[in-house]
Design a protein. Sequence first.
Length: 261
Amino acid sequence: MLTSLQNPLVKQLRKLHRAKERREQGVFLLEGTHLLEAACAANRAIALLCCTPAWQAKHSELWQQASQHAERTEIVSPDVLKAIATTVEPDGVVATIERTSTPTPIFTHLGLVLETIQDPGNLGTMIRTVAAAGAEGLLLNADSVDPDHPKVLRASAGLWFQVPIANSPDLSTDLKRYKQQGFQLIATLPTATQTYWQVDLQKPTLLLMGNEGSGLSPAIAALADVEVSIPLSPGVESLNVAIAAALILYEVRRQREYAKE
């Protein structure tokens, strides 16, 4: 059992709290029982599985299942696990997964495109919403928060493993390609003269959402075929970006479900 905080493996895992190290090591942290269950359900390969003796005894079936997916397993002391984890009170298990195991979205009818989203909680919530609303995945620009940030995974409530996510090195070029393929690009802008209720969302659609503070950049907004706003009561300047995305994604679903009747 690993008990020393000075162990080289422990030091290596603690570095994964930083995005730069996750990119360099090619793995990211998976924390908690619920996310481990989701990873196993998705048949994701696990590079390293660490847990405390108490967690192993309490979750013996999940330990056996996860061990079959893991290249390496380690039993660690509670102090070591707490040092590895990013949560204040970890529940006893932490794993690592290779970054390359995440599938790239293939859009055919509906996707969410995000530009410079910074809050990991917002991204995790939007991942959860994409899964619930039936969209096909998310495409982010390079300046957005890392999709494998620990808070993103936790906020996704395990649905991170069901939703294809990718970073685009050149978002503008990718969006132009999707337009050529017949997608309409919908930009959410507070200055838009029509609301999202007034737009035909039954055709193949990519919804563009921008930074929490500044919204979409002019360059990306200019690529949109349609600009829409969300009606707000007097005195309210804006909605949280994750809530805004949920409203429009579910309007897409409502229109398409209604068309089937």
